[in-house]
Ligand binder design. Structure first.
Ligand code: URA
Length: 239
């Protein structure tokens, strides 16, 4: 490294490099899943012996689900009624990630089924997509008692499953719902107000942070910025 670069310039260069590598990784991952599913397979000569590797998102997702089916890694296992793994299309182009299940989700074993969930469904439909065509999950798969904030230990034990879940789905965009999901995934304590409105990367996948639907229920004026964020996502997935 050139000694004439200052520490802050080096740090800036390091961040830019990481951002570019994340972008390339995302491009390669998304290109390969599209190609394997569509054109590339068709363009193979009829007698081509080459095997098309079927990554089969659904199978991979099932495996992750089975892996954590009776998870006892943290104390939330003692108080949960149901583990809320996630729900939706294993081949989704977009994955919404929230914080943790609430009372309704814990009862039904499904993510975002309460009031905030109904608003999320409306947002998805306003994007011109059916809820069943996206994938929805949370950072934590079990409800923290009384909806308290997730603890750092709970996050570090649960996040590896989310990572595998996202690797199985390999979406084009992850939408982090709310301060908690955005800050956890981006490993930062930057306020959501500054994070939202632009793409970041999580594990090589484009990530758009936006306000949580529960926050929108309390602050309807935040609907406008959320709509801007989802429009950027729609552009990215070419809707
Ligand atoms: N809030 C969340 O963050 N996740 C849910 O599943 C429900 C409400």
């Amino acid at each position: 490294m050139d000694e004439s670069f200052s520490q802050s310039t080096r740090e800036q260069l390091r961040k830019e490099l990481l951002f570019a590598v994340g972008g390339l990784k995302s491009l390669v991952l998304n290109q390969s899943s599209l190609t394997v599913g569509l054109d590339w397979k068709k363009s193979l000569p009829a007698n081509n012996e080459m095997k098309v590797v079927n990554t089969n998102n659904e199978e991979q997702l099932k495996q992750v689900c089975q892996e954590m089916a009776n998870c006892q890694l943290c104390q939330l296992a003692k108080t949960r009624h149901n583990l809320v793994f996630g729900d939706g299309n294993p081949n989704a182009q977009i994955v919404f990630v929230g914080e943790a299940p609430g009372a309704d989700e814990d009862e039904q074993g499904l993510p975002f089924v309460g009031r905030a969930g109904q608003l999320l469904t409306k947002i998805i439909e306003a994007m011109g997509i059916d809820r069943k065509d996206v994938y929805i999950c949370n950072i934590l798969k079990c409800r923290p008692p009384g909806n308290r904030n997730p603890l750092p230990e709970e996050i570090s034990l649960c996040e590896p499953f989310l990572k595998k879940q996202l690797q199985a789905i390999s979406p084009i965009v992850v939408c982090a719902l709310g301060k908690f999901a955005a800050q956890t995934l981006l490993k930062t304590d930057t306020p959501i107000t500054s994070l939202r409105g632009r793409f970041h990367y999580y594990d090589g996948i484009k990530l758009m942070p936006t306000y949580h639907p529960a926050y929108l229920l309390r602050n309807p004026s935040a609907k406008k910025p959320v709509w801007e964020d989802v429009q950027a996502i729609m552009k990215e997935i070419k809707l």
